[in-house]
Design a protein. Structure first.
Length: 336
Protein backbone atom coordinates (compact mmCIF):
# COMPACT_ATOMS: atom_id res chain seq x y z
CA UNK A 1 0.00 0.00 0.00
CA UNK A 2 2.82 2.36 0.90
CA UNK A 3 4.63 1.63 -2.39
CA UNK A 4 1.40 2.25 -4.34
CA UNK A 5 0.96 5.63 -2.62
CA UNK A 6 4.57 6.54 -3.42
CA UNK A 7 3.99 5.56 -7.05
CA UNK A 8 0.89 7.78 -7.23
CA UNK A 9 2.73 10.73 -5.68
CA UNK A 10 5.62 10.33 -8.11
CA UNK A 11 3.20 10.12 -11.03
CA UNK A 12 1.47 13.33 -9.94
CA UNK A 13 4.82 15.08 -9.53
CA UNK A 14 5.95 13.90 -12.96
CA UNK A 15 2.74 15.09 -14.56
CA UNK A 16 3.15 18.47 -12.90
CA UNK A 17 6.72 18.78 -14.14
CA UNK A 18 5.70 17.88 -17.68
CA UNK A 19 2.90 20.43 -17.55
CA UNK A 20 5.28 23.08 -16.27
CA UNK A 21 7.78 22.28 -19.03
CA UNK A 22 4.99 22.55 -21.59
CA UNK A 23 3.87 25.88 -20.17
CA UNK A 24 7.46 27.15 -20.00
CA UNK A 25 7.90 26.31 -23.68
CA UNK A 26 4.59 28.01 -24.46
CA UNK A 27 5.82 31.23 -22.86
CA UNK A 28 9.15 31.03 -24.66
CA UNK A 29 7.32 30.46 -27.94
CA UNK A 30 5.23 33.57 -27.28
CA UNK A 31 8.37 35.63 -26.83
CA UNK A 32 9.93 34.18 -29.99
CA UNK A 33 6.82 35.02 -32.01
CA UNK A 34 6.71 38.60 -30.77
CA UNK A 35 3.69 38.09 -28.50
CA UNK A 36 4.97 39.05 -25.05
CA UNK A 37 1.64 40.18 -23.57
CA UNK A 38 0.00 36.78 -23.87
CA UNK A 39 3.16 35.15 -22.55
CA UNK A 40 3.13 37.46 -19.53
CA UNK A 41 -0.50 36.55 -18.81
CA UNK A 42 0.47 32.89 -18.84
CA UNK A 43 3.23 33.65 -16.33
CA UNK A 44 0.72 35.48 -14.15
CA UNK A 45 -1.42 32.34 -13.95
CA UNK A 46 1.52 30.12 -13.07
CA UNK A 47 2.83 32.50 -10.40
CA UNK A 48 -0.62 32.83 -8.81
CA UNK A 49 -1.42 29.12 -9.11
CA UNK A 50 -1.72 26.50 -6.41
CA UNK A 51 1.04 25.75 -5.81
CA UNK A 52 2.69 28.98 -7.06
CA UNK A 53 5.51 28.51 -9.54
CA UNK A 54 8.19 31.12 -8.69
CA UNK A 55 10.36 30.10 -11.63
CA UNK A 56 7.89 31.89 -13.88
CA UNK A 57 8.93 35.15 -12.21
CA UNK A 58 12.13 34.88 -14.27
CA UNK A 59 10.20 34.52 -17.49
CA UNK A 60 7.84 37.33 -16.55
CA UNK A 61 10.84 39.57 -15.87
CA UNK A 62 12.00 38.86 -19.41
CA UNK A 63 8.54 39.65 -20.73
CA UNK A 64 8.44 42.95 -18.91
CA UNK A 65 11.86 43.85 -20.33
CA UNK A 66 10.53 43.06 -23.80
CA UNK A 67 7.67 45.55 -23.40
CA UNK A 68 9.87 48.22 -21.77
CA UNK A 69 8.32 47.82 -18.30
CA UNK A 70 11.73 47.87 -16.69
CA UNK A 71 10.65 48.58 -13.11
CA UNK A 72 8.34 45.57 -13.25
CA UNK A 73 11.20 43.48 -14.65
CA UNK A 74 13.35 44.52 -11.67
CA UNK A 75 10.56 43.62 -9.27
CA UNK A 76 10.15 40.15 -10.74
CA UNK A 77 13.85 39.50 -11.06
CA UNK A 78 14.56 40.38 -7.43
CA UNK A 79 11.49 38.44 -6.24
CA UNK A 80 12.71 35.34 -8.08
CA UNK A 81 16.22 35.29 -6.60
CA UNK A 82 15.47 33.76 -3.17
CA UNK A 83 12.92 31.31 -4.58
CA UNK A 84 14.70 29.57 -7.46
CA UNK A 85 17.78 27.43 -8.02
CA UNK A 86 21.24 28.63 -8.99
CA UNK A 87 20.78 28.43 -12.75
CA UNK A 88 17.54 30.41 -12.66
CA UNK A 89 19.14 32.88 -10.26
CA UNK A 90 21.68 33.59 -12.98
CA UNK A 91 18.89 34.01 -15.53
CA UNK A 92 17.11 36.40 -13.17
CA UNK A 93 20.34 38.37 -12.75
CA UNK A 94 20.57 38.78 -16.52
CA UNK A 95 17.05 40.23 -16.64
CA UNK A 96 17.85 42.58 -13.75
CA UNK A 97 20.97 43.71 -15.62
CA UNK A 98 18.99 44.28 -18.83
CA UNK A 99 16.42 46.35 -16.94
CA UNK A 100 19.09 48.51 -15.33
CA UNK A 101 20.83 49.01 -18.69
CA UNK A 102 17.61 50.23 -20.27
CA UNK A 103 17.07 52.58 -17.34
CA UNK A 104 20.48 54.11 -17.98
CA UNK A 105 22.04 52.70 -14.80
CA UNK A 106 25.10 51.20 -16.44
CA UNK A 107 27.09 50.45 -13.28
CA UNK A 108 24.19 48.49 -11.79
CA UNK A 109 23.66 46.74 -15.12
CA UNK A 110 27.30 45.63 -15.23
CA UNK A 111 27.15 44.39 -11.64
CA UNK A 112 24.17 42.13 -12.30
CA UNK A 113 25.32 40.93 -15.70
CA UNK A 114 28.73 40.01 -14.34
CA UNK A 115 27.06 38.34 -11.36
CA UNK A 116 25.12 36.14 -13.76
CA UNK A 117 28.25 34.73 -15.39
CA UNK A 118 29.02 31.05 -14.91
CA UNK A 119 25.80 29.59 -16.25
CA UNK A 120 25.67 26.87 -18.89
CA UNK A 121 25.27 29.60 -21.52
CA UNK A 122 26.56 33.12 -20.79
CA UNK A 123 25.83 34.40 -24.29
CA UNK A 124 23.09 36.85 -23.34
CA UNK A 125 25.16 38.37 -20.54
CA UNK A 126 28.23 38.68 -22.78
CA UNK A 127 26.21 40.37 -25.52
CA UNK A 128 24.63 42.81 -23.09
CA UNK A 129 28.02 43.62 -21.58
CA UNK A 130 29.38 44.17 -25.09
CA UNK A 131 26.50 46.54 -25.82
CA UNK A 132 27.38 48.50 -22.69
CA UNK A 133 30.99 48.65 -23.90
CA UNK A 134 29.76 50.07 -27.19
CA UNK A 135 27.65 52.77 -25.51
CA UNK A 136 30.72 53.76 -23.49
CA UNK A 137 32.85 54.05 -26.64
CA UNK A 138 34.86 50.87 -26.02
CA UNK A 139 33.92 48.87 -29.07
CA UNK A 140 37.17 46.93 -29.09
CA UNK A 141 36.21 45.46 -25.71
CA UNK A 142 32.71 44.80 -26.99
CA UNK A 143 34.03 42.96 -30.05
CA UNK A 144 36.04 40.64 -27.79
CA UNK A 145 32.84 39.70 -25.96
CA UNK A 146 30.93 39.13 -29.21
CA UNK A 147 33.82 37.01 -30.46
CA UNK A 148 33.48 34.80 -27.37
CA UNK A 149 29.83 34.17 -28.14
CA UNK A 150 30.48 33.50 -31.82
CA UNK A 151 33.34 31.12 -30.99
CA UNK A 152 30.74 28.93 -29.25
CA UNK A 153 27.97 29.48 -31.77
CA UNK A 154 28.84 31.04 -35.11
CA UNK A 155 25.14 31.37 -35.92
CA UNK A 156 24.28 33.65 -33.01
CA UNK A 157 22.49 36.44 -34.84
CA UNK A 158 22.53 39.01 -32.03
CA UNK A 159 26.27 38.67 -31.47
CA UNK A 160 26.88 38.87 -35.22
CA UNK A 161 24.73 41.97 -35.58
CA UNK A 162 26.25 43.75 -32.58
CA UNK A 163 29.78 42.98 -33.73
CA UNK A 164 28.89 44.46 -37.12
CA UNK A 165 27.62 47.62 -35.44
CA UNK A 166 30.84 47.97 -33.45
CA UNK A 167 32.96 47.41 -36.53
CA UNK A 168 31.02 50.10 -38.38
CA UNK A 169 31.57 52.58 -35.55
CA UNK A 170 35.28 51.78 -35.59
CA UNK A 171 35.39 52.52 -39.34
CA UNK A 172 35.78 48.89 -40.44
CA UNK A 173 33.21 49.05 -43.22
CA UNK A 174 34.28 45.76 -44.78
CA UNK A 175 33.98 43.86 -41.50
CA UNK A 176 30.70 45.58 -40.69
CA UNK A 177 29.16 44.59 -44.02
CA UNK A 178 30.37 41.01 -43.67
CA UNK A 179 28.79 40.70 -40.22
CA UNK A 180 25.53 42.42 -41.11
CA UNK A 181 25.17 40.45 -44.35
CA UNK A 182 25.71 37.27 -42.35
CA UNK A 183 23.17 38.42 -39.73
CA UNK A 184 20.64 38.86 -42.53
CA UNK A 185 21.33 35.32 -43.77
CA UNK A 186 20.79 34.00 -40.25
CA UNK A 187 17.62 36.02 -39.65
CA UNK A 188 15.99 37.10 -42.92
CA UNK A 189 12.88 38.19 -41.02
CA UNK A 190 14.59 39.98 -38.15
CA UNK A 191 13.54 43.68 -38.15
CA UNK A 192 16.42 44.68 -35.86
CA UNK A 193 18.93 43.49 -38.44
CA UNK A 194 17.32 45.59 -41.19
CA UNK A 195 17.29 48.62 -38.90
CA UNK A 196 20.96 48.11 -38.03
CA UNK A 197 21.92 47.62 -41.68
CA UNK A 198 20.09 50.80 -42.65
CA UNK A 199 21.94 52.81 -40.08
CA UNK A 200 25.42 51.28 -40.09
CA UNK A 201 25.85 50.36 -43.74
CA UNK A 202 24.06 53.29 -45.34
CA UNK A 203 23.00 56.21 -43.13
CA UNK A 204 26.45 56.51 -41.55
CA UNK A 205 27.83 56.93 -45.07
CA UNK A 206 25.20 59.42 -46.22
CA UNK A 207 23.35 56.89 -48.39
CA UNK A 208 19.92 57.77 -47.06
CA UNK A 209 17.74 56.35 -49.83
CA UNK A 210 19.33 52.95 -49.39
CA UNK A 211 18.96 53.33 -45.63
CA UNK A 212 15.24 54.05 -46.05
CA UNK A 213 14.80 50.84 -48.03
CA UNK A 214 16.24 48.89 -45.08
CA UNK A 215 14.04 50.75 -42.57
CA UNK A 216 11.01 50.03 -44.77
CA UNK A 217 11.69 46.33 -44.49
CA UNK A 218 12.15 46.56 -40.71
CA UNK A 219 8.81 48.35 -40.35
CA UNK A 220 7.05 45.88 -42.62
CA UNK A 221 8.20 43.08 -40.32
CA UNK A 222 7.39 45.03 -37.14
CA UNK A 223 4.84 47.85 -37.60
CA UNK A 224 5.45 48.98 -34.01
CA UNK A 225 9.22 49.37 -34.36
CA UNK A 226 9.72 52.88 -33.01
CA UNK A 227 13.44 53.09 -33.71
CA UNK A 228 13.06 52.16 -37.36
CA UNK A 229 10.37 54.83 -37.81
CA UNK A 230 12.67 57.30 -36.12
CA UNK A 231 15.65 56.41 -38.27
CA UNK A 232 13.51 56.59 -41.40
CA UNK A 233 12.25 60.01 -40.38
CA UNK A 234 15.76 61.30 -39.92
CA UNK A 235 16.79 59.89 -43.29
CA UNK A 236 13.85 61.67 -44.95
CA UNK A 237 14.88 64.88 -43.21
CA UNK A 238 18.44 64.57 -44.52
CA UNK A 239 16.98 64.14 -48.01
CA UNK A 240 14.97 67.34 -47.61
CA UNK A 241 11.55 65.71 -47.26
CA UNK A 242 10.39 67.46 -44.10
CA UNK A 243 6.77 66.30 -44.20
CA UNK A 244 7.68 62.61 -44.28
CA UNK A 245 10.38 63.21 -41.71
CA UNK A 246 7.99 64.73 -39.20
CA UNK A 247 5.34 62.08 -39.77
CA UNK A 248 7.83 59.30 -39.11
CA UNK A 249 9.47 60.94 -36.12
CA UNK A 250 6.12 61.77 -34.54
CA UNK A 251 4.92 58.22 -35.07
CA UNK A 252 8.16 56.90 -33.56
CA UNK A 253 7.35 58.85 -30.40
CA UNK A 254 3.88 57.41 -30.22
CA UNK A 255 5.21 53.89 -30.63
CA UNK A 256 7.71 54.27 -27.79
CA UNK A 257 7.55 57.20 -25.44
CA UNK A 258 10.81 56.35 -23.70
CA UNK A 259 13.02 56.87 -26.77
CA UNK A 260 15.19 59.96 -26.14
CA UNK A 261 16.44 60.04 -29.73
CA UNK A 262 13.07 61.42 -30.84
CA UNK A 263 13.60 64.56 -28.77
CA UNK A 264 17.22 64.78 -29.86
CA UNK A 265 16.14 64.80 -33.52
CA UNK A 266 13.28 67.23 -32.99
CA UNK A 267 15.74 69.50 -31.22
CA UNK A 268 18.13 69.43 -34.16
CA UNK A 269 15.29 70.19 -36.55
CA UNK A 270 14.28 73.14 -34.36
CA UNK A 271 17.88 74.40 -34.47
CA UNK A 272 17.76 74.28 -38.27
CA UNK A 273 14.46 76.19 -38.13
CA UNK A 274 16.13 78.95 -36.12
CA UNK A 275 14.10 78.21 -32.98
CA UNK A 276 16.70 77.73 -30.23
CA UNK A 277 14.25 77.95 -27.32
CA UNK A 278 12.12 75.18 -28.77
CA UNK A 279 15.24 73.17 -29.54
CA UNK A 280 16.40 73.49 -25.96
CA UNK A 281 13.09 72.18 -24.67
CA UNK A 282 13.48 69.09 -26.83
CA UNK A 283 17.09 68.58 -25.78
CA UNK A 284 16.07 68.85 -22.13
CA UNK A 285 13.37 66.23 -22.70
CA UNK A 286 16.01 63.94 -24.20
CA UNK A 287 18.13 64.35 -21.06
CA UNK A 288 15.11 63.69 -18.85
CA UNK A 289 14.60 60.40 -20.68
CA UNK A 290 18.16 59.33 -19.87
CA UNK A 291 19.95 60.14 -23.13
CA UNK A 292 23.30 60.70 -21.44
CA UNK A 293 23.11 57.59 -19.29
CA UNK A 294 22.17 55.41 -22.26
CA UNK A 295 23.88 56.99 -25.27
CA UNK A 296 26.60 59.40 -24.21
CA UNK A 297 27.09 63.17 -23.90
CA UNK A 298 25.96 64.34 -27.35
CA UNK A 299 22.80 66.06 -26.14
CA UNK A 300 24.67 67.77 -23.32
CA UNK A 301 27.10 69.09 -25.94
CA UNK A 302 24.18 70.30 -28.07
CA UNK A 303 22.74 72.15 -25.09
CA UNK A 304 26.08 73.84 -24.41
CA UNK A 305 26.35 74.82 -28.09
CA UNK A 306 22.80 76.09 -28.62
CA UNK A 307 21.34 76.84 -25.21
CA UNK A 308 24.27 78.31 -23.33
CA UNK A 309 25.74 77.28 -20.03
CA UNK A 310 25.15 74.22 -17.94
CA UNK A 311 22.75 71.66 -19.47
CA UNK A 312 21.04 71.28 -16.09
CA UNK A 313 20.04 74.96 -16.24
CA UNK A 314 17.85 74.49 -19.31
CA UNK A 315 14.20 74.92 -18.27
CA UNK A 316 11.96 71.90 -18.53
CA UNK A 317 9.08 72.08 -20.99
CA UNK A 318 5.84 73.43 -19.60
CA UNK A 319 2.43 71.83 -20.02
CA UNK A 320 1.93 73.72 -23.28
CA UNK A 321 5.14 72.34 -24.76
CA UNK A 322 5.34 70.05 -27.73
CA UNK A 323 4.05 66.47 -27.37
CA UNK A 324 6.49 63.77 -26.32
CA UNK A 325 7.92 62.53 -29.58
CA UNK A 326 11.13 60.61 -29.89
CA UNK A 327 13.58 59.37 -32.48
CA UNK A 328 16.44 57.04 -33.09
CA UNK A 329 18.42 59.41 -35.24
CA UNK A 330 21.78 58.25 -36.50
CA UNK A 331 24.46 59.40 -34.05
CA UNK A 332 27.12 57.52 -32.14
CA UNK A 333 24.92 54.46 -31.80
CA UNK A 334 21.91 52.85 -33.31
CA UNK A 335 19.11 52.80 -30.78
CA UNK A 336 17.81 49.35 -29.93
Amino acid sequence: MRSLLLFVLLAIASAGTAQNDKTWNKVRSGFDRGRPYGAIRTCDKMIAGRPPRPEFLVLRAEGHNRIAEFKLALRDGHAALPQVGEELQRAASVQIGIAYANMGRRDSARFWLERSMGSTDDSEALIRLGMLDRVEGRCNDGIQRFDQVLARNDKHINAMRERGACRAELGDTTGARADLDRALELGPRDPVTFNSRGYHLYALNGRYREAIAEYDRAIKLDPNYSFAFNNRGWAFYKLGDRDRAMRNITLAGRKRRSNPYVHRNLGLIAVDDGEPERACRFFRQALDLGFTEQYGTEVQDLIRAHCGGDPTAVPKPDAAGKPQQRTNAPVRSNAP
